[in-house]
Design a binder for this molecule. Structure first.
Ligand SMILES: C[C@@](CO)(OP(=O)(O)O)[C@H](O)COP(=O)(O)OP(=O)(O)OC[C@H]1O[C@@H](n2ccc(N)nc2=O)[C@H](O)[C@@H]1O
Ligand SMILES: Nc1ncnc2c1ncn2[C@@H]1O[C@H](COP(=O)(O)OP(=O)(O)O)[C@@H](O)[C@H]1O
Length: 273
């Protein structure tokens, strides 16, 4: 079973309250971004234990804690008949980038196991498992634009027309930990209601849509503002930090970005949303 876990972008992100459990409530629109890893899951040969083979971009931390393995172990706890598997992950999406790459791998591992072993788990059950692996993990089960609330794990429908929007994502090779980014935020109500702002033309979003992480992180990481400015200078209709960073994206409602040069240590993705 070969799958391609994709990244996500955040359109607006407001951290609204600190919860008693230390997590935060947020409001953000999550949108799938077709920048993908490759994840394969196969039944292991007879007698072999579950294994994970990692290639591509190095993932910090012990491979035993990789979210793909955690996802499979979570299912095995409830379905002891699940056999050992071989998992191959070719990592492409930058890590600590605000693109949700690890959460996507976890969600796609759940979906792959569900399909491979015909568990027939409905979407709600898959989302329930995903929530236990990471706050934004459940988004990748249905993988469609949604307004995320609560911990970013409860979703409301939203109508967005992002057809023929072209996008550039710039990752300045700066790993920002999500937990540290949250620690820098002072929660507050949204400055502009997200639904209303997004219902207006994209050309207005620059004035009405913001990401609280961008406001909190830019003073210590001025490169984020420099990238954003460069995207606007290249004609982007809207540009923003994604999630807790450090990837910054630009959207072009009509046409495409002009050719741009970036430092060689940056990773840049360009395509249609
Ligand atoms: C900020 C967001 C916005 O889309 O995305 P990323 O920037 O990571 O992509 C998400 O809320 C990230 O979700 P996710 O990356 O799954 O976070 P988790 O693994 O659940 O939690 C990592 C840490 O972030 C903090 N955290 C996370 C989610 C939340 N609603 N409140 C929090 O305070 C907690 O300190 C937690 O220990
Ligand atoms: N399959 C995976 N892909 C990426 N990161 C993973 C994976 N499994 C576990 N992780 C861990 O998750 C962390 C990335 O989380 P986070 O900072 O929230 O990223 P992002 O902001 O890109 O969502 C990394 O430090 C990494 O050790």
């Amino acid at each position: 079973m070969l799958t391609f876990p994709n990244a996500k972008l955040n359109l607006g992100l407001y951290v609204t309250q600190r919860r008693p459990d230390g997590f935060h409530t947020l409001e953000s629109v999550f949108v799938p971004l077709p920048w993908t890893d490759a994840l394969e899951m196969l039944p292991a040969p007879a007698g072999a234990a579950t294994s994970l083979t990692l290639t591509g971009r190095p993932i910090p931390g012990d491979p035993a804690t990789n979210l793909c393995l955690k996802a499979y172990e979570l299912l095995q706890a409830d379905f002891p008949e699940l056999p050992p598997v071989q998992i191959y992950l070719h990592k492409i999406v930058p890590i600590g980038a605000g693109l949700g790459g690890g959460s996507a791998d976890a969600a796609f591992a759940l979906k792959a196991a569900n399909d491979l072993f015909s568990l027939n788990l409905p979407i709600e059950k898959l989302e329930r498992y995903a929530r236990r692996l990471g706050s934004d993990c459940a988004f990748f089960i249905q993988n469609k634009p949604v307004l995320a609330v609560e911990k970013g794990d409860v979703f409301e429908e939203i109508n967005l027309n992002l057809k023929s929007v072209s996008c550039m994502v710039v990752y300045p090779n700066l790993h920002i930990s999500t937990a540290e980014a949250y620690a820098r935020i002072t929660p507050q109500p949204p400055k502009h209601p997200l639904r209303e702002a997004l219902a207006q033309p994209m050309s207005t979003w620059r004035d009405t849509l913001s990401n609280d992480f961008e406001t909190a992180l830019t003073p210590s990481h001025p490169v984020l503002a420099e990238i954003k400015q460069k995207l606007y200078d290249a004609g982007a209709t809207y540009a923003s930090l994604s999630g807790s960073g450090s990837a910054v994206y630009g959207l072009w409602e009509n046409g495409e970005p002009v050719a741009m040069t970036w430092p060689t240590e940056y990773t840049v993705w360009q395509g249609m949303l």
